[in-house]
Design a protein around this ligand. Structure first.
Ligand code: ADP
Ligand code: TRP
Length: 331
């Protein structure tokens, strides 16, 4: 049996090319060595009480994005967090082994408290118990499937460590029941630069979204910031984010040709942007088609996710049984 790799994705907005190279592509590649579990973390999304319609759209878009970008639901376990009723039960048991002090130190909670203090409000103003318990629910996601590795961005490192702490506390109290997971940090990869040269991120508004309409894609590519050298002037490929983005997509021979043209001069930024737009559209042509297919066939998505949930529950149920026994809830 293959070891288990698990990752959850909160349904928040359009994936961009930074997410693709930093997360989707490496996470999907793991399915060669691991049994990959991928889920839409819809319960986690509730901590920010999104509008119900937006949430439903985003859940389908995230699911469609994974399938469009190459996740094979027959070779992996692809599901919705909320389709596994064992999760909240597991989270409750884990919460009884989690010290409150550990949650007080969680980054997301601390950041919310700091923001309140800065604004001279009550420290817990506007903070719900979902946000406070977020790390316990995430520990349940990880521990209930006996995950060996959890591929995530470095920003999730504390959550993985909390999951390990909770598992250790459970095992210390009730005897060895839960497996300790390892984080697999995808951030070792270089960040993909955004159109303004900073790290590409939704929060900076500098992304090239993979599934936006063609016009928006082209517009974003044309907005990539460069210096003002003329086509004839030699340019610096190592310090130009247009070239850095281009080389992610171009065939290696073409990337080398363009690099030479940068050094000798003779290629204008505008011309290269046009080529980049075409290259990106061609690169994701198949994915974009699949994305629109799935978002228009949400019944099919529901079926795929429901099948995934069955497979996920096959793994989760025996572990939960063990936990119930260990705690004394079951004889
Ligand atoms: P954003 O910064 O756009 O909100 P998220 O925080 O939702 O992106 O990140 C989702 C995943 O994509 C994470 O695993 C993160 O490490 C990866 N990621 C995000 N931006 C980049 C980038 N510019 N380059 C490489 N990986 C990225
Ligand atoms: N907290 C993660 C994020 O914000 C999403 C997530 C929920 C997750 N449960 C998980 C990631 C379990 C890995 C494993 O990105």
């Amino acid at each position: 049996m293959k070891p288990i790799s698990l990752t959850g994705i909160k349904p928040t907005g359009n994936p961009h090319i930074g997410n693709y190279f930093g997360m989707y592509k490496p996470a999907i590649a793991l399915t060669e060595k691991y049994l990959g579990l991928y889920f839409v973390a819809d319960f986690h999304a509730l901590t920010s009480t999104p509008n119900r319609k937006d949430l439903q759209t985003l859940i389908y878009e995230v699911a469609a994005g994974w399938l469009a970008l190459g996740l094979d639901p027959d070779q992996s376990v692809f599901f919705r967090q909320s389709d596994v009723p064992e999760i909240p039960e597991c989270a409750w048991m884990l919460s009884c082994l989690t010290s409150k002090g550990l949650m007080n130190r969680a980054h997301a909670y601390k950041a919310a408290v700091d923001k309140n203090l800065e604004a001279e409000r009550d420290p817990d103003d506007g903070i719900n118990m979902g946000l406070y318990n977020y790390p316990v629910l995430m520990a349940a996601d990880i521990l209930l499937y006996e995950s060996d590795v959890v591929p995530v961005g470095l920003d999730q490192k504390q959550h993985i460590e909390i999951a390990r702490d909770i598992a250790e506390s459970f095992n210390r109290t009730y005897g060895k029941t839960l497996k300790l997971p390892e984080g697999l940090y995808t951030k070792d990869l270089q960040d993909v630069p955004g159109i303004d040269g900073r790290k590409m991120s939704k929060s900076y508004g500098n992304t090239i979204p993979i599934f936006a309409d063609e016009k928006t894609m082209r517009k974003q590519v044309m907005r990539i910031v460069t210096d003002s050298r003329t086509p004839e002037e030699p340019k610096d490929p190592a310090n130009d984010n247009l070239f850095q983005i281009f080389r992610l997509f171009a065939a290696p021979e073409r990337a080398e040709e363009v690099r030479q043209l940068y050094l000798t001069g003779g290629l204008g930024y505008g011309t290269l942007k046009q080529e980049l737009a075409e290259t990106i559209l061609a690169y994701f042509a198949d994915a974009r088609q699949k994305f629109s297919f799935y978002t228009q066939n949400t019944t099919l998505l529901d079926e795929i996710l429901a099948r995934g949930a069955e497979k996920a529950r096959d793994i989760a149920i025996p572990v939960l049984k063990r936990m119930r026994k260990a705690t004394g809830i079951d004889r």
